[in-house]
Design a protein around this ligand. Sequence first.
Ligand code: ADP
Length: 463
Amino acid sequence: MVFSLPLEMVVAAYDVPVVGLEIAESTVTLFGGLAVVVLIALSGFFSSSEIAMFNLPKHRLEGMVEDGTEGAALVKRLKDDPHRLLVTILVGNNIVNIAMSSIATAVLSIHFGGLLGVILATFGITAIVLLFGESVPKSYAVENTESWAIRISKPLKATEYFLFPLIVLFDYLTRQVNRLTGSTGAIESPYVTRDEIQEMIESGEREGVLEEEEHEMLTRIFRFNNTIVKEVMTPRLDMTAVPKDAAIDEAIETCIQSGHARIPVYEGSLDNVQGVVHIRDLVRDLNYGETEAEDLELTDLVQPTLHVPESKNIDELLTEMRENRMHMAIVIDEFGTTEGLVTVEDMIEEIVGEILKSGEEEPVEELDDRTVLVRGEVNIEDVNEALEIDLPEGEEFETIAGFIFNRAGRLVEEGEEITFDGVRITVETVENTRIMKARLHKLEAPEEPEEGDGENGNGVSLE
Ligand code: ADP
C-alpha cells in the first residue's frame, strides 16, 4: 500500500525515505516508531535532569567540588545560572515531547484515519510520556541525585550549545514575562527554610526520631531569638546589690547571704549601678592582696558592666556579653530606671531549661493534670505550656503575676480568684504588694463570663 501527501511535510521533517512523493507506509511506521523511542529517551533525560540539578543541595555540591569529585565543577557551572539551566531543560523537553506527539499523530493517522489517529496519539503519548518520560526518570533522579547530576551535566551542556539561539531567545522572553507579571523569577529557593526545619523537629518527635528532651531543646533554640531580656531577667526586687561605700566584709557577707557570686555595686540608688564585684576578687584581695585590708575599697574591685534596654533580644545580648567577657548586665527601662539584672545563666536556661540550685523550688509545680502552682515571676508562656492553655502572651506583662495584676486592675490579696478563658487562677501568696505564688486550675468546661470587674465573693471573675 502506498500513500502520498498530506504526509509530505512529516516525511520531509523526519527524513523518511522518499520514493518520488510516495512513501512506503511500513517505512514511515518503522521510522516513526524509532523516532518516538529516541524522543522518549530524550524526554526522560530532560525530566530527570531537572530533578537532579535542582534537587541537589548547594552545600552538597560545594562539598563535592571541594572533594574534587569528577564532573562536579561542571554541575556547579550549570547551576550558577539556574534560569538559563531551567530554560535549556524546558526548551529541550518541550521540543522532544511535541515532536513525539506530532510523529505519533502522523503515523497513527495512516493506520486509523485522522480523528481516531489524533485521539489515540493524544492518550497514548500522554501515557507513555507520563510513565517513561516523567515518572520513571524522575524517580530515578530523586534516588540518585548526585551521580545522575554528574552524568547528565555534559550532555546538558551540549544541549545548551546545540539549542543556543532558542535558549537565548526563551531566556530573554521568560525574563520579560516575569518582569511583567511581577515575579522575581527566582528559580531556586533556599534549599531548606526555617519553617521546614521546625516542622521536621515536630514530626521528628512524633515519629520517635527525636527524644522529648531533644525536641524541647531544639524548639527552645528557635524561640531564643524572639526572646527579649525582660522575659528572662531577675527583677529589681530580687536584686542583691551593695552600695559602693560598703566595706569589703559587708560585700562578702551580702554575697554569702544571697548565695550569688556577683553583685552589682551602686552609688546612691539601684538606678545608678557602677559595676559588678565578684566574691572571688573580694576574698582574694582581702586575704592575699597587696593593699592593707583597712585601705582596700570596694570601688577598686568593681568591674564594668553593660546596661541594656529591657527590649533587647537575648541572642544579641548573649553574643555581646561573650565578646566582652561579662557574665552580668543591668537591665534598664526607657527612662533609665534599673528594672533588673540578667546573667549568662538566665539566657542559657532559655535553651537548656531551668537550672535550679539545690534547695531551689520548681517554678512550676504540677499538682494534678489540670492544676499547677507557679511562682509569680514565671512567664505566661511557660504556664501555657505546662497546662496546655492559652493565656495571652506578648502584652505589656510577661509574668503570671503581671497577668493577674493587669486583669484585676488593682492590688490583689491572698485567696482572690480570677477566671479567664476556662482557667481559674487563685492568688496563693502575696508579700507586701507582690504576688509570689498562684494556683492555676483548668476548668472542665469554660465558665460563663461574668459581667464587669467587680468583686465576686472572695475574688474577681473577669473575661
Ligand atoms: P550565681 O551562681 O552567682 O547566682 P548565676 O549567673 O549562676 O549566678 O545566676 C543564677 C541566677 O541568679 C540567675 O537567675 C541570676 O539572674 C540570679 N542572680 C545572679 N546574681 C544575682 C544578684 N546579685 N542578685 C539577684 N539575682 C542574681
